[in-house]
Ligand binder design. Sequence first.
Ligand code: NDP
Length: 308
Amino acid sequence: MEKHKVVIVGSGPAGYTAAIYAARANMSPVMVMGMEPGGQLMQTNDVENYPGYPEGIMGPEMMEDFKKQAERFGTDIQHGLVTKVDFSKRPFTLTIDDEREMLAESVILSTGATAKYLGLPSEQRLMGMGVSACATCDGFFYRGKEVALVGAGDSACEEALYLSNLCTTVHMIIRRDEMRASKIMQERVLKTENIKIYWNTETDEVLGEKDVTGVRVVNNKTQEKQDIAIHGFFVAIGHKPNSDFLVDWLDLDEAGYVITKPGSTKTKIEGVFACGDLQDSIYRQAVTAAGTGCMAALDAERFISEQE
Ligand code: NDP
């Protein structure tokens, strides 16, 4: 069976950065790309907040650059999904697509998280054309315009406040008659004049042909429908870390994020490291993911050299 010094699982900014550092440290990394090669940025249009791109860059193009840079230093990038891991002894065993296995002296996990969406066909159709799950990434495109935002947790409140500084009105669509968010966040939202709250309200349909032009909402008490004219439709109903295949091995928090030792990317298993959104429920930015990817490669390199 093939055996490697380090296998990187997942191909977003964290995974590619780990690959660049590990390859340049002569660790001959292998990357298994996962279900969504390139990660969440593949669904983003312009990225304007990643340092080094003064004119901005398209998300997929940026990920292609990350990939080329990782390949340039010799990363072996393979298609496939890691479906099972065995961390009971070293070398660790990874099963790919339920059909082949590889051995790894160390593993860097960077499988990211997936933003949850409502699951409406109209939402799917207008993805990237006004529908977004990241206000920090895309809010800027709607400055001076009206937007809607779904959700009532801390993320939704944070995003609503962020958008309220850019947009004329933020229509906040909340399915119950109360918010899940912490009191302080709720108070901030309620005090913000240009955030208009719709209680007991759900999204019926996102409107628009090529771009979002509005949203049809329905009051779930009265069944009354209403169309709101907007340009951007933000979904902030939570993220799900892609950690299902790790539950038997690592400590996860109640939302499924991998718990790492503070100030490092070490998990509770020596030689297994986690980086990027898989272990970060707070910042979730491409640049912070890349930063922890670098940390994971340095941690793995130190681990391997200690073993040798
Ligand atoms: P949460 O799970 O806390 O909140 C999700 C929100 O989305 C809830 O209001 C929920 O409604 C709503 N929702 C879920 N599904 C739907 C749906 N189908 N239609 C409409 N609404 C829906 O996720 P967050 O991402 O907000 O937060 C995750 C964790 O991260 C939390 O622990 C949070 O406290 C933390 N966090 C902390 C921050 C901070 O401290 N600054 C910032 C951001 C996050 P309902 O309430 O009805 O279930």
